[in-house]
Write a protein that binds this ligand. Sequence first.
Ligand SMILES: [Mg+2]
Length: 249
Amino acid sequence: MLEPPQPDAGCALFFDFDGTLTEIAPTPDAVVVDDRLRGLLSMLSAALCGAVAVVSGRTVADIDRRLEPLRLPVAGVHGAERRGHDGYLRRIAVGDLRPAQALLDAFVRERPGLLLETKPGSLALHYRQAPALEDACLTVMSEAMQRVEGMTLMRGKMIVELKPRRAGKGHAVRAFLDERPFRLRRPWFFGDDVTDEAAFEAVQACGGVAVKVGDGETLAAHRLPDPSALHRWMAQAAHTLSRRSALAR
Ligand SMILES: [Mg+2]
């Protein structure tokens, strides 16, 4: 598989967060963003007239907190919520999650190591600290899914998540591409997990570039080995874009 090429000034960059921009940590809260990464995102955003966004399973508020003071367009909870360049937050309507939450709260209470994360429009069960419980987690999540209308299950790395059927990273990228400053740009998507495959498909379907970060089967035509390699690519891209714009002046 190919290393990604360098971007030109007509592209839009979309990044997954965990495992792509940052290394995966033992718990979701332990992930840290350093100033260098903030600087790279900020330089790329300036060079591309603001056409840089984060598309994550985390909430928009969580991404904002981690990138502070940088504030980028963000799709959170796999696109169940999305804040465009205009600053307005849109949410997909979701059924009442309480019956599912009651079941999962009781399940997690009896099993140390599991973590239930409650997000607007989604419930995520993390089992990174108790991998032997994977099958039990999948079973209880299927049961939880039956308790709320319009939901589906999605698996990621040591996580199984209940999310609205209409939410997905592919939809989120397409929604951004309908709006300024992303419209008419060639989309690039960087991601590491199965939840990113829909976005890979979406960008490649419109002539864009998909980059898988790390190992594993994928639809993406390009690959980088890990988040550090992505940071090196971003630094080179920021340099290439700023040099081109200086030459164009
Ligand atoms: Mg990820």
